[in-house]
Design a protein around this ligand. Structure first.
Ligand SMILES: Nc1nc2c(c(=O)[nH]1)N[C@H]1C(S)=C(S)[C@@H](COP(=O)(O)O)O[C@H]1N2
Ligand SMILES: [Mo]
Length: 186
């Protein structure tokens, strides 16, 4: 009897600590600019809502159960990394600022090998998770000191240190998702 009671308390304790570690991501205070679903442990929102998640619905993204959501302040709090890039096709060089992709994945407790990263326009390249660890890829929220926004290349632009990382020399920019807002990690 005594040991069964003890067992019940231990089970309760495990449940409580499990619930605590699943809730390590704070609630966003401002507008959500990035949502990560798939294999994520640290979540702060519930299931897909076919009415309120209107843009996701229009892209055919349905059915997720939980996700990690970030406002700009949460992304900035992960630590801003600055990165200068000059593409031959671009009008000039730009300075990007944002958290490292791997720090965002860690904050979401994301595990897996592939990120499908969806842009507002429906473009959805596959990003190998190894990119986040082999390179200092940045999820830029700012360009030349100005916040990215809806209608330009924001809210989030995935950029690689192409000019300073020798392994990236000459890479094309097909994985440089601009207007990014939704990731599925699997
Ligand atoms: N949201 C979004 N991001 C995108 C694309 C796109 O069509 N939509 N095209 C990709 C490709 S194929 C390239 S070459 C670069 C540059 O595309 P741009 O010429 O449209 O800037 O952005 C990448 N990121
Ligand atoms: Mo491209």
């Amino acid at each position: 009897m005594k040991s069964r009671l003890l067992g019940a308390f231990v089970a309760l304790g495990l449940l409580a600590s499990g619930a605590a570690s699943a809730q390590l991501l704070p609630e966003p205070a401002g507008p959500v600019v990035l949502t990560i679903t798939g294999t994520v442990d640290k979540t702060n929102r519930g299931p897909f809502d076919p009415f309120l998640d209107g843009l996701l619905n229009s892209h055919g993204v349905t059915g997720f159960q939980k996700a990690a959501t970030f406002d700009v302040a949460m992304l900035e709090a992960l630590g801003m990394k600055s990165l200068k890039v000059r593409y031959p096709e671009w009008p000039k060089g730009y300075t990007f600022e944002g958290p490292l992709l791997r720090d965002v994945l860690t904050a979401a407790g994301a595990r897996g090998s592939t990120i499908r990263f969806l842009g507002l326009d429906g473009y959805e390249p596959e990003i190998p998770v190894t990119d986040a660890y082999n390179h200092d890829a940045v999820l830029a929220v700012k360009v030349d000191g100005r916040y990215l926004g809806i209608g330009d290349r924001g809210p989030v632009w995935l950029v690689y240190p192409r000019d300073t990382d020798p392994k990236l020399k000459g890479m094309d920019d097909s994985k440089w998702l601009w207007a990014g807002f939704f990731m599925t990690v699997e």
